[in-house]
Each structure stands twice: as C-alpha cells, then as structure tokens.
Design a binder for this molecule. Structure first.
Ligand SMILES: [Ca+2]
Length: 396
C-alpha cells in the first residue's frame, strides 16, 4: 500500500550479523564517563524513528498546510472581502440599475436575496475549501486512534528550549567517535519554534568544557575541542515505555554526512550495550537520500546481533514523513507513512531466558554526523532535523 499517495518500493533486507560484542557506546555513560566515549558500536549503528499522528492534535500550522494555499485565514479573509463587496452592491446597486426607470426596478428584496445568495454561496464554498484543506493536511501514516491511546507527546507548540519535563540531553562526545559535540540547553542546537523542534548541526569551533590535559577515556585521549556542534535529546529519567506505538513526524537533513535518528535504548544500563537492547525506529544517512532504515540491536550468546529493514522512499525525505514503531509482546513492526516494511519477532531476541525488549526503553532523538565521511567537509551548514511531533501510544 502506499503512503503519501505514491508507492514505496519495498526493499526489506534482513541482516543478522555476528560481530564481536561491542564496547559500551550506544548508551551514554553517566557523568564524566560520557565524555569522549570514543568506542564504537561494532557496526554502523542504526537509530530508529517512528512517528504517528493524531488527527485531534493537528496543529493549526498543520491544518493550514494546503497545496492550493486554501488556508483558513486566507479563506476567511476572502470571505470577509466578498461580504463587504456584496454589501456595497446592495447599497449602491449597479450603474445599469441606477439608469433604469423606476418602473424597471426589481421587486423589493431582490437585491437583498441575490446578495444573501451570493454570500451563502461564498460561505459554502469557503466551508468546502476548508474541509478539503483539512483533508489534504492530514499526514499519512498517523496512528489509528481506534486501536491506540495517546499517553505521551510533545507537539512542540511552544517557543524556546525543549520542554525540560519531557527531555534531557546527552552531552559531549558520546559515541562512535562522531565529530559533533552534543550541547546542553543551547538554542543554537536545539530549539522549539513555529510548532517544530529544530535540532541543528553547526560547523563552528567549540571548546570542550570537560577537557583535562592527560585525561583519557578508554585508553584514548580526550578531544580538546570540536569542529561541529549538535544536540541529542533523550527521555531518560523522564519517561520510559514497554510496548506501544512510538511515532515521529519530521523532515530529515539532506547534507552529506548528516545522520539523524529516532530510536530507543533499554533503560537498564547496568547490562551494557547491546544487552540493554536498541530499537532504531528511523535512522537516516543523508548520503543515501532516498533510503531510510530501522534496526534492532541485541545480544545473543554473548555477541552483538542486529536485524535491519530498509525502505526506498521515492519522495524527498527532506519533506515531512511519518515514522512509526508498533511494539507488543509478539513483535516489532516498523512503518514509514503507514507502509510496514520491517518486522522483528520478539522471540528471536531472547537471550538465555532474558529479553531486553520485554523491558522499558526510553526515546532518543538526535542529529549526529558521520565520523568517516570525507564529503562532510564540503557540506553546507547549518543542517536541520525538523520535528513536527513525537507521540507515544498504548494499545487500547
Ligand atoms: Ca508540531
């Protein structure tokens, strides 16, 4: 089936790799340990994104998005203008009417009825246009609210820093030897405006405030400064969920080397990664402009395993799309614009009687940069990951 009115070519591939167990890097270590965590996941790690929509929560900004520019405000403005014009007609009549003989004067009330008819027609037209606009503005792939109950959301309908009651930050050089420094509470890198969250990667010198000469992390020296800044938001210590539907509506950056993601990690960090479990609901490398990926990472027999699905999306991923995970005790299903392209059964993820995906996870929303992409240097910055909303549902 089709999302967004166009068919998505399904390119589901399943990858089961058996790589040496990765060192801790997917889960941000706490405190100073977070800094300069240069260990990488053994394979390029995916971060998943999911998104859904709730018609009742459509923001005016969304509701007014219409291909024909039939915004309610514009319609109301035109309707008001038409009404005024109608009144003028009623008051002054047309030149032809004024030239007519009093004997030719239409029966009393004709002008009023004609004008009222015109106004009613205009109002009806405006109402139909608004209805059509609302239908056109309905994002494809939103949650079926007959099946799902909204339990948590950030619609980003405020201004300034992300809501601290919902989001915390990863800070520093967190994983994969990525070039960006994740900042905390810095509007340049994470801000809410115009109904959206903007995660912005910037090319700028940034001094590492935690740098101490001689201090190493896992045997590697700290970095004294970064050439790039960005942000990573997490719901850790704010909210976690086991099962449900996690949904994201977002525009992805298109600059080579950018790597936005919407994903989860098991909140039990004591097990390390990948034993804690990772669900990459949406992960995107902009070097592949039409391919988005979802991946599950887990530990099996002491080794890292992963299962990925890929979807080729003909439309630009720089425009809004809806990414979603539906997760229950049986399986995880991954969607883009309502198109299910990847499924992972939970039974496959059992590890010696344990299963990281039957336990709570928290959400991460970040804009990373690739460490080994040589074309990154030519990318024009800033680059933005624009998020309309994040919603979490429980099954009804
Ligand atoms: Ca929004």
């Amino acid at each position: 089936m089709v999302a967004g009115g166009a068919s998505h070519r399904k390119m589901h591939t399943m990858i089961i790799s058996s790589a040496p167990e990765g060192r801790w890097n997917s889960v941000a270590p706490s405190g100073a340990q977070r800094e300069d965590a240069v260990a990488c996941r053994p394979v390029a790690c995916a971060t998943g994104y999911r998104a859904s929509a709730l018609p009742g929560l459509l923001k005016p900004a969304n509701a007014t998005r219409c291909a024909s520019n039939q915004t309610p405000a514009a319609i109301a403005k035109r309707t008001r203008a038409a009404t005024v014009q109608g009144n003028i007609t009623l008051s002054h009549a047309s030149p032809e009417t004024r030239r007519s003989s009093p004997l030719d004067t239409p029966p009393r009330g004709t002008y009023a009825r004609a004008t009222m008819k015109t106004i009613l027609q205009m109002l009806l037209g405006a109402a139909l246009a608004m209805l059509g606009c609302a239908q056109a503005a309905e994002p494809v792939g939103q949650a079926d609210t007959t099946k799902w109950k909204l339990v948590w959301a950030d619609e980003f309908d405020y201004t300034g820093l992300p809501d601290p009651k919902k989001w915390d930050y990863e800070e520093g050089f967190v994983r994969n030897n990525e070039p960006q420094y994740y900042t905390r509470g810095r509007l340049e890198n994470a801000r809410v405006e115009n109904g959206t969250l903007i995660l912005e990667a910037r090319k700028e010198p940034f001094k590492n405030p935690r740098f101490k000469p001689g201090l190493t992390k896992q045997g590697k020296p700290q970095r004294e400064s970064a050439d790039y800044t960005a942000a990573s938001l997490i719901t850790q210590n704010r909210a976690t969920w086991r099962y449900g539907r996690m949904e994201l509506r977002a525009k992805l950056p298109q600059g080579e080397g950018t790597w936005p993601a919407f994903w989860t990690l098991g909140s039990n960090h004591s097990t390390g990664w990948p034993a804690c479990g990772e669900i990459d609901i949406m992960e995107y490398w902009a070097r592949k402009l039409h391919e988005m990926t979802s991946t599950v990472h887990w530990r099996k027999d002491g080794k890292h395993q992963q299962d990925s699905g890929k979807l080729n999306v003909p439309e630009s991923l720089g425009e809004y799309h809806v990414y979603a995970l539906e997760w229950n005790a049986e399986r995880m299903d991954f969607f883009c614009d309502g198109n299910k392209y990847h499924t992972v059964p939970l039974a496959k993820l059992d590890e010696q009687g344990d299963n990281a995906f039957r336990k709570p996870h928290y959400i991460l929303l970040n804009l990373a940069l690739e460490s080994r992409n040589k074309k990154l240097a030519a990318t024009v910055f800033p680059q933005q990951f624009v998020v309309d909303y994040v919603r979490v549902y429980e099954a009804k």
